[in-house]
Design a protein around this ligand. Structure first.
Ligand SMILES: C[S@@+](CC[C@H](N)C(=O)[O-])C[C@H]1O[C@@H](n2cnc3c(N)ncnc32)[C@H](O)[C@@H]1O
Length: 382
């Protein structure tokens, strides 16, 4: 199919209605491990993987975020390569791919980590910045920090991910003073300390993590960890693989709309104590989409085998209700100029419901276009 840039939204097909269905009962609970801005709906990852890959295929997601595509790929019996630059994203992706096989195993691991964390030295107040301290009762913060250190030292990304998932919210199962869940803002005006004193008491870590494990293991996660061929912290500009891949399925960063550092700052501080308080200023003012697309075209596409699919879920950027050209247009023109062997197979359009957006006004993404491209040359793998 020959495609002129500028025609994408006009010729896009509506997403199949099964993508809009509420999460199917069969969906793994691991997908709900923790919030992440710009997270893809698992049902979409499921359908894209079913349609454009075959069992045992090697699937690359070089912008893995919270690991939706790699986890679903693993559950469908594909082999996976998953990378991201954001440390919180890498922890979540690894947590999902490396989760222990059963609740019993996870619970045993938890008991050990809690016991070892309690042996660790306490933090001095001056080691913790004020903006972090204001979210927690001091004793809760001590336990959470020492538990994080223990998991980091043992490279236990699963329990680390569980800790980050219950770090902040206003519900009793969480660790912070009342605050929002996705992006960390205190909700002390809505829940003043004198009216809601119980929300400002110490929160015991062990029972909350145990409850988190029970919620996570309500279903079974049958997946083969040896099918994870590579996962970690890699900028797409430095991507190097030692094998070819059968498919690339990924959602590139919504550079102007979502700010992965600022919005994840509290969880990221637990992973890297040099993370600063980025509120209220956005951290990534410069739109780097073109540079990232270029790096993706040069470094990722060369590993795609002839005949393999490259499926990109691209969010539309909206600034104060003004819709700019859909980034998929620029992306497609750049990708096909670097890799002329790419052919457009299909364009799918999907509306993003309000609940999935981190901000409902101002800069946000409202519509996703899914570019389905195929590299010329080999047999079709479906
Ligand atoms: C739209 S999100 C991916 C969301 C993911 N599909 C999910 O379901 O959670 C894009 C991701 O790209 C990552 N990213 C941004 N710049 C990157 C780069 N240069 N190399 C690799 N990853 C990058 C961000 O940290 C973010 O996690």
């Amino acid at each position: 199919m020959v495609m002129m840039v500028g025609q994408l939204t006009a010729i896009a097909e509506a997403a199949p209605c099964e993508w809009k269905a509420p999460s199917p009962k069969a969906e793994s609970r691991l997908h709900q491990l923790a919030p992440y801005i710009g997270k893809l709906k698992p049902v979409i990852a499921h359908h894209l993987l079913q349609r454009y890959t075959a069992p045992n295929d090697v699937v690359l997601d070089c912008f893995s975020g919270s690991g939706t595509i790699p986890l679903e790929a693993l559950l469908l019996g594909r082999r996976v390569l998953a990378y991201d630059t954001n440390p919180y994203a890498v922890t979540l992706t690894r947590a999902k791919l490396e989760a222990p096989a059963s609740l019993e195993m996870a619970s045993e691991q938890l008991v050990q980590r809690i016991a070892s964390a309690e042996e660790r030295p306490r933090y001095e107040d001056e080691q913790i910045p004020d903006w972090v301290r204001k979210f927690f009762h001091p004793e809760t913060l001590q336990s959470a920090l020492r538990f994080a250190d223990e998991c980091i030292e043992k490279d236990d990304q699963f329990l680390l991910g569980c800790l980050l998932s219950i770090l902040h919210h206003q519900r009793p199962g969480f660790l912070s003073y009342p605050s929002s869940h996705l992006v960390p803002y205190l909700r002390d005006r809505k829940f003043p300390r004198d009216e809601y004193p119980e929300m400002y008491e110490e929160r015991a870590l062990a029972p909350r993590l145990a409850a988190k494990l029970r919620r996570t293991y309500k279903d079974t996660h049958s997946k083969n960890r040896s099918s994870v061929l590579g996962v970690g912290h890699t900028n797409v500009s430095d991507l190097e693989l030692d094998c070819s891949v059968d498919a690339i399925i990924t959602s590139p960063p919504y550079m102007n709309a979502l700010d992965y550092v600022r919005d994840n700052r509290l969880r990221m501080w637990f992973l890297d104590r040099r993370t600063a308080d980025y509120s209220p200023e956005p951290t990534e003012k410069k739109d780097q989409s073109d540079a990232i697309t270029d790096a993706f075209a040069r470094n990722a596409l060369k590993f795609l085998r002839p005949g393999g699919y490259c499926v990109l879920v691209v969010g539309e950027t909206v600034f104060r209700k003004r819709v700019t050209t859909h980034p998929a247009e620029r992306m497609l023109s750049k990708l096909t100029s670097v890799c002329p062997a790419l052919q457009v197979e299909q364009i799918i359009q999907d509306e993003i419901p309000d609940v999935r957006r981190s901000r409902r006004s101002g800069a946000a993404t409202k519509r996703e276009l899914i570019l389905v491209l195929r590299k010329d040359g080999g047999p079709i793998s479906m």
